[in-house]
Design a binder for this molecule. Sequence first.
Ligand code: GDP
Length: 444
Amino acid sequence: MNGNKEGTYFGLSTPLGRSATATIRISGYKSKGVLNKITAGKLKNPKHKNTSVFDIYNKNNDLIDNVLITFFEAPNSYTGEDLVEIHTHGNPVIIDMVYDALFELGLRLAEPGEFTRTAYLNDKIDLIQAESILSLINSNTKEGVGLSLNNISGSLSKKIKKMRSNIISTLGFVEYELDISETDNQRKTITQAHKNIKNLLLETSELISTAKYARIKTIGAQIVIYGKPNAGKSTLFNSLLNYERSIVTDIKGTTRDTIEEISTIGSHSVVFIDTAGIRTTENPIEKLGVKRTQEKISTADLSLHMITSAPKKIKLKPKNNITVLNKIDLLEKNELNKVRNNKNLVCVSAKNKTGIRQLLKRINKELDLKTQSKTTNQITSPRQEQSLKNAQKELQRALECKEDNLEIIAHHLTGAIKAFDVLMGRTSPDDILENVFSNFCVGK
Ligand code: GDP
């Protein structure tokens, strides 16, 4: 994608396939002329937000379909340009014919995310709102939808703007002291600056801490199953999903790559990840599998550590980890009673599907705890998290400055403002924008 491209473009905004209706969007200055042509002169001067039914035709006057057309006049449209929505019958053949007719009229196909990118470039939305539209479309839970809608409404942007203007006012009085003030107010200035920076740091870390649970709410929690070969990881993976997704054998090292599958637990969307068993191996493919397992464990929201014999010592429960004792069907009765009393273990027989309900309950409880948040504003993308971490670093450095270093404080406050500008998309380099919008589909 190469920035603000010229011309009028179009794209299918609904998934390709057979359906009652499908929507094709057109944006750009030729929109009105296109409507006049495809309706054979029946829609010459469309009015803003007007919706009517028309027959549409190609260049040779062949009827394409009977459609519903809505027109939005610039600048009061999604993109800020003249924008048209054509609702055809949902048949790929019809979509193809509309595409051909639009190509014949000199329009081009939109690039991924181009409608939303144009909205951003025309100041209809900021970069955070653009990302929230993507997270709204991709949200797998009701809470994720609510969170994304809240961010689209501008609530998060408002909070971030306020934080940015607090840094600017702090920088203002630091610079006043540096450049203009004739009285020696240095100590007072530093005390006030430190107070403001401390508050800003609190707000910044609070927002950063929301990244993980907002991700769980929108995309879903990553739950990795790990342990030694033959512990029963693939069997558990299948039992949790309730179908035979992974291959189960008693040959060690069968699962060499990670296998991921989406599921739902309570109100949570989850991604279960079956992994290669952890053992020392010389096999290069298995080695890569083990490395991938370790990476997945480090980034997972929750991990299920599978073991097949009860540990001698009862360890404290590690964070983000549930220890699952498998193959309890092979235990003697008195051994079974012993392990069942161990509160740090969840006992299952993955093969016989015993204990799976208790495990699901336990996962649900952990995810409930992880997604509880008192803050209304939550960030939803790794880019937002990274920009805030950059701002946090600058603010931290400004705070650590000694008394006689007002200049250095000013320097780091300027750095923090820059990080906030990147966050809002005020000064985002092209490659960052490219990254944000390439995650959208054509038509969004
Ligand atoms: P992985 O290598 O950890 O993925 O282990 P698998 O799921 O492939 O299982 C290894 C072997 O253990 C297979 O023969 C399974 O049938 C067996 N197995 C898995 N779970 C259980 C269980 O709960 N009880 C018993 N008796 N065998 C199991």
